[in-house]
Design a protein around this ligand. Structure first.
Ligand SMILES: Cc1ncc(COP(=O)(O)O)c(C=O)c1O
Length: 383
């Protein structure tokens, strides 16, 4: 039998071909799933090209790796011929100790976005629904569609924070997961503890609520969300964290979920084998051991966040209260184009969201002053 085209049907050459008519062939090449062809594609922040470029488009840590991490990476290079620990036993135990949970309740992955993919593919069947705020982290609709589920975006409130009542109203019998991002990327607005606690009491117990806390270390609000307390209280809550932001390990790819033991076990089974490198596992442990140094770096960002926010508000910019390591400037259309041109001229890379605004990652004071100059000049010329 001669195959005229790839039809997607497995044919064993040792088994005679069935005597049914050949199916009509529409494609002459392997086809992608509609869920994939319809994807918008993840848009990463632009990468810096020059040494003087201020790279403020990707919410990374502005500071270089800790000395302990550099040692690990240098000495670990000699063992790159070896696979990492499949089960990340030491890292899971260290995270569990750090958070006062058990290692059965920890699942790690290649960045928290990798863990989120494990969650959605483990929990969603075709046509289930995943509710999230919008605008929020742009991986949410992509990973939802890839899992075969339907994204249900709920617009943010006027204050750029989650509309939790709207999200409750969006729940249907098909809702499997609710993604809550606090502080929210890209607006920086955080959910306070009491609002989140009340929200959880209203969510049906079979719906998984994922609290994505990628920026939790930067939160200093007095009423800040204590997601781990809510995790202990509710069987349907899971918390996502990452080493990419405050810990400065974005390039090594490691994040984790704190989940109840059954879900955590499922996530470990659904994980890409060996997805977290040995360097990433060891660097994450070293970073938890250096928590004081990390806290000092976080404090620098939080102090700058306050200064830059106050300065920009004084020049007329109405910024929302960011609790993260970035600021959000609402600007669309021609105003956004003008702002992007001004940032470009100043060699400052920021992240535009065409229909909504511009996100600017905070850095050191000198770099942040370049941002202030661009934005202040804009309000001055508009006055
Ligand atoms: C809200 C949120 N969650 C998760 C991530 C993923 O981070 P990573 O995969 O590097 O851990 C990001 C990164 O931008 C984010 O903003």
């Amino acid at each position: 039998m001669t195959e005229t085209a790839f039809t997607g049907v497995h044919r064993n050459p040792l088994v005679p071909a069935p005597t049914v008519p050949a199916p009509t062939v529409h494609h002459r090449e392997p086809a992608l799933r509609a869920a994939v062809t319809g994807l918008p594609g993840y848009v990463a922040g632009s990468r810096a090209q020059g040494a003087l470029t201020a790279a403020l488009a990707s919410n990374e840590s502005h500071y270089p790796p800790l000395p302990a991490v550099l040692d690990i990476v240098q000495s670990g290079a000699l063992r790159l011929n070896r696979y990492p620990d499949l089960n990340a036993v030491a890292l899971r135990a260290r995270i569990a100790k750090f958070l006062d949970v058990t290692d059965h309740q920890i699942a790690v992955g290649p960045g928290s976005v990798g863990v989120l993919q494990q969650i959605l593919t483990s929990v969603c069947d075709a046509d289930d629904e995943v509710v999230f705020a919008w605008r929020s982290f742009e991986a949410y609709p992509i990973l939802t569609s890839l899992a075969g589920a339907n994204p249900v975006p709920v617009p943010l409130n006027a204050d750029e924070g989650h509309d939790l009542d709207g999200m409750l109203a969006a729940i249907t019998p098909r809702t499997k997961v609710i993604l809550v991002c606090s502080p929210n990327n890209p607006t920086g607005v955080a959910i306070d503890h009491d609002r989140m606690a009340a929200f959880l009491t209203a969510v049906p117990p079979q719906v998984l609520v994922v609290i994505d806390e990628a920026y939790v270390e930067f939160v200093d609000a007095p009423d800040r969300l204590d997601a781990l307390t809510l995790f202990r209280r509710h069987r349907n809550v899971c918390v996502l964290r990452t080493f990419s932001k405050a810990y400065g390990l974005a390039g090594l790819r490691v994040g984790y979920a704190v989940a109840h033991a059954g879900l955590a076990e499922g996530l470990r089974r659904a994980a890409l084998p060996f997805g977290v490198s040995a360097l990433a596992q060891q660097a994450a442990i070293a970073s938890l051991d250096a928590v004081d140094e990390i806290r000092d770096r976080v404090n620098l960002v939080v102090t700058e966040r306050r200064r830059v926010t106050e300065t920009l508000r004084a020049t007329g910019w109405a910024l929302p209260d960011s609790q993260a390591n970035f600021l959000w400037v609402r600007a669309v259309g021609e105003r956004q184009e003008a702002l992007m041109a001004a940032f470009h001229a100043a060699d400052v890379l920021v992240r535009p969201y065409r229909t909504d605004g511009i996100r600017i990652t905070l850095a050191d004071a000198v770099t942040n002053d370049r941002v202030i100059m661009v934005l202040a000049a804009m309000t001055a010329s508009a006055a």
